[in-house]
Design a protein around this ligand. Structure first.
Ligand SMILES: Cc1cc2nc3c(=O)[nH]c(=O)nc-3n(C[C@H](O)[C@H](O)[C@H](O)COP(=O)(O)O)c2cc1C
Length: 190
């Protein structure tokens, strides 16, 4: 049902359910954010990850402060963002806690290695960004974790794992209306 407009001077807010309904329409690339602290590895599936700057090379991740991985990253001050391929949906479910597998046991799935910081690096990820923590901004239930990227490993060519409306998917061609062939620019030039 459409919401009524706020009266002048009235504060407008939305419910958590309305927030989720909207956010389900935002398609995200799926990653696994990992860390290692005091010899123990931890990691979670995350879509709230994005590029911050190229100079200096920085990335950010929004992580739930109530989870195991947030506690570990805030102590270890290092993490790795692993960008998943389309055939890693089961791994994403595992690291999202959907298969009820404990924190350390999640690493029994997939092939893991390490780069500079020692955080777990997924061998056949599309890309892995190995980071030291630049800053952490706590904001309500979540924290924005900004990482200085110290090493990157890229394996291009695979299809990405995407998440939208509660489902994993991958990319497909856009409708053949000309826009996918650089139509916006070529039609205005015509
Ligand atoms: C597709 C997908 C995306 C997710 N994205 C995030 C995210 O960006 N940040 C977050 O804190 N949790 C996210 N989650 C939830 C965590 O993966 C889940 O709560 C996980 O079990 C937390 O593990 P932890 O307790 O080791 O931190 C996502 C879950 C799914 C299925």
């Amino acid at each position: 049902m459409p919401r009524r407009k706020p009266r002048p001077g009235e504060e407008m807010t939305i419910t958590a359910e309305e927030f989720k309904q909207g956010m389900r329409m935002l398609c995200g690339g799926v990653t696994i954010v990992t860390t290692k602290h005091a010899g123990q590895a931890s990691g979670l599936t995350a879509t709230a990850v994005c590029s911050l700057s190229a100079e200096p090379p920085r990335i950010l991740a929004c992580i739930n402060r109530g989870g195991t991985t947030y506690g570990m990253v805030s102590q270890s001050r290092r993490f790795c963002v692993n960008v998943l391929t389309a055939d890693q949906a089961e791994l994403a479910s595992c690291f999202a806690g959907m298969l009820r597998i404990g924190t350390e046991d999640r690493f029994n799935y997939g092939e893991w290695t390490r780069l500079t910081t020692g955080s777990p690096v997924l061998e056949d990820a599309l890309a892995s960004f190995d980071c030291t923590v630049s800053s952490i901004m706590d904001t309500g239930s979540h924290a924005i974790i900004i990482g200085d990227i110290v090493e990157v490993q890229v394996s291009p060519g695979g299809d990405p794992l995407l998440y939208m409306d509660g489902q994993f998917s991958t990319r497909g061609p856009i409708p053949d209306n000309g826009a996918g062939k650089g139509g916006a620019r070529s039609s205005s030039a015509a």
